[in-house]
Design a protein around this ligand. Sequence first.
Ligand SMILES: Cc1ncc(COP(=O)(O)O)c(C=O)c1O
Length: 402
Amino acid sequence: MKPSRRKFIHSALWTTAGISVIGPSQIAWSKANTVIKARSIWDIPTPALLIDREAMERNLRKMKSFLSATNAGLRPHTKTHKSPAIAKMQMDYGAVGVCAAKVSEAEVMLAGGLQDILITSPIVTADKIKRVMALASQSDRIRLVVDRQENVRDLNEAAKAAGVDLSVMIDLRLGWIRTGIDHGKPAMDLLKAIDRSSNLRFYGIQAYAGPVQHVRGFDHRKEASEKALAPAQQLKKEIMKAGYQEPILSVGGTGTYSIDAALEGVTDIQAGSYLFMDVDYLMIGGKAGALYTDFEPSLYVLSTAISQPQPGSITIDAGGKSFSKDKKPQLKDITGVEYSFAGDEHGILKLTDPSKEILVGDKLLLLISHCDPTINLYDNYHVYAGEEVQEVWPVAGRGKSQ
Ligand SMILES: Cc1ncc(COP(=O)(O)O)c(C=O)c1O
């Protein structure tokens, strides 16, 4: 928290030195060529999305060093950050490729310089298949998942017409109903259909156990993930027994990365949230206790206290347009305060027993409730170290959910 009184002194000092806090003389250009209007995080207009660069880099290093001791690589999901700049950092930290949820997200990644991109949702309509072929004509490492025979046929026809070879993976259904084909005969028949297709290359299996990521308690999660992934391991064995080259087996997320990377046959982990963490993930519990601390929070929303109609609570300028509403955000470094949504534009902090005084005008950092949908609400990240804004990065894939 930066008390408003201190902010006024700070502003006065800048003014004394003949420099306005956010004026033309202060404007600097980041490497990404984006204007930085504030030098201190406390001068950023709120609500704003902030990355603690050092914490994010510690998360990148931690994932890299953990996976380097296993047989699995990282294929991070860019649906979390929607930023080619961050995806490139992940590649610099040893990722084998990246994931994108939808075609439009993959388009942003390719335009941003990424080449190895797995689209993790089936693409079935003619318009989007056409867009995929345009991507595949620019990179031979665009990869798609399929879970039905008709889709194999449509993709092959489109690939033939476009003169490209397309890399495809079997999307395996794992005990929950979202996408995917069942293991055993249905999956093996799909493999044969891919194999018969002149312009499709079989690359591997995607087996994402979504609900398992948030099972509370490490031991419960381990049991659930091992059970969920057993059919995928079995399918991989059957495929190899049938004489195919070893397929990749791409699984998991932030909640199960350490469990899944130890499983036989797993080649890559699709984690996304590990980079930033959020309240939702902190609560799932880890090996060490009630909080999941394998990675540390590095993403915050900066908000201002703007009104105090009555004692005991204070209103801030960040509501449903600033945080995803499926969980509640929490204040950074201040306990005894509870956030509740007060409409689109506002949140109310109940000051039960605040460990620090909060006054109207104060700026506050809040931990993100749920990172992916929150990031999608912002145009930019303010990247900072200490309290200094270093760069502003666009959320280039914002709104790209097509
Ligand atoms: C297919 C797929 N893989 C990986 C992930 C990444 O999960 P997480 O953000 O929990 O690491 C997701 C997230 O929803 C996903 O849908």
